[in-house]
Design a protein around this ligand. Structure first.
Ligand SMILES: Cc1cc2nc3c(=O)[nH]c(=O)nc-3n(C[C@H](O)[C@H](O)[C@H](O)COP(=O)(O)O)c2cc1C
Length: 354
């Protein structure tokens, strides 16, 4: 089967296949390996401060001369009110106590000790570093930022989880849209709404394709050539794959997290706000079961910052009950080959389709 050309031409890559940005999992090495397979690697910068973004961009550039995307979380920072202070203190105490009861002793940061940065600082660093492709999730950068990025001729890739969001991205002049089905692993890209749309990939992609002229890439549940073919039939001109690469050689997952992938069952996969304050799909564990739906979940990014130290401590102790292992709905054997081999095999399989 032939790959559509629109997106690969725009991105200057052989195949319209994107290695999904996966903050905490994808690495500069994964980006370079994906570029070697003729795909677009994505360097996930999440909400890192600018000074941490710069070395990662430079490292990636030292590993590949091919195009790659940098990816950021575009999010507002809620004002710190008296109510938030109180809630934070309660959540901190609750989580510390629950962790200690389960053998994980950790002091979580006080609200005053958190460093919370805006995407604007990241954008300055990304522009200064001369990056050519920016993808983003959680919202759309403000108009002024988009103007600046366009002035620099940057190609912009946004994420949509509803037709309404796709229309807003199109209106904002975004070059390519990633349609993120509810199947997708990791955070929902949904724009700052409490009740996230939970639209399955098939329905969402087809409806967005009916309304939008911007080229679409599909993301969520792709794990072989047939799933790509289905997305193609529904209007996708490109494909973004995440979970398929979780156990790749270049993944930052630790050995105990990779082991967990081998035993995961279909009913283990849940959407949860408990780690970050935003919905994300991953493997359920003791922490999620206790926290989900409780009063101890703060708005993003405060919950994310609160639980960062918890997750680091759990990783040191190899405790899968207190880490966030994000994963999509297509459970299969996760290849431990290089991302280059995994993507090359996927592309070859697609080409062999009738
Ligand atoms: C571990 C993990 C981390 C993720 N982190 C990000 C991220 O930093 N930025 C982003 O735009 N999407 C992120 N996502 C979502 C992916 O870009 C993509 O939508 C998703 O992986 C597609 O579904 P799949 O996992 O079924 O392939 C993440 C997904 C996973 C599995």
């Amino acid at each position: 089967m032939l790959f559509p050309e629109t997106i690969s031409k725009k991105l200057n890559i052989p195949y319209p296949v994107i290695q999904a940005p996966m903050f905490g999992v994808s690495t500069p090495e994964m980006v370079a390996a994906s570029a070697d397979a003729g795909c677009l690697g994505s360097l996930a910068l999440g909400d890192l401060p600018a000074e941490k973004c710069i070395p990662l961009i430079r490292k990636t550039r030292s590993l590949t001369e091919k195009p790659f995307a940098v990816n950021i979380f575009v999010h507002d920072i809620p004002e710190i009110t008296a109510g938030l202070r109180e809630k934070y203190t309660e959540a901190k105490a609750f989580v510390e106590t629950f962790a200690a009861e389960n053998g994980l002793n950790v002091n979580l940061p006080a609200l005053e000790d958190l460093t919370v940065n805006t995407y604007h600082e990241q954008l300055e660093a990304i522009i200064d570093e001369g990056c050519g492709i920016l993808s983003f999730t959680f919202a759309i950068p403000d108009e002024e930022s988009i103007g600046r990025l366009k002035e620099k001729n940057m190609l912009l890739i946004g994420t949509s989880t509803s037709v309404e969001e796709a229309l807003l991205l199109e209106k904002a002049g975004i070059d390519l849209i990633v349609v993120q089905g509810i199947e997708a692993g990791g955070h929902r890209g949904t724009f700052n709404t409490e009740n996230i749309p939970q639209i399955g990939g098939m329905s969402l992609l087809s409806q967005i394709a009916d309304h939008i002229d911007v080229p679409l890439m599909y993301s969520g549940g792709i794990y072989n050539a047939k799933t790509m073919q289905a997305a193609r039939a529904l209007g996708a001109e490109g494909f973004q794959v995440g979970s398929m690469l979780l156990a790749a050689q270049e993944s930052a997952l630790l050995p105990f997290e990779r082991e967990r992938l081998k035993t995961v069952q279909e009913n283990d996969i849940v959407l949860t706000k408990s780690f970050s304050g935003r919905y994300a799909r991953g493997i359920s564990n003791r922490y999620i079961r206790k926290l989900e739906g409780s009063d101890y979940i703060l708005p993003y990014p405060y919950q994310n910052k609160l639980t960062g130290a918890l997750r680091n401590a759990a990783r040191l102790q190899q405790d899968a009950d207190f880490v966030s292992i994000w994963l999509g709905q297509s459970i299969h054997d996760y290849s431990t080959q290089s991302a280059k081999n995994i993507l090359e095999n996927l592309i070859e399989e697609y080409k062999q389709l009738p």
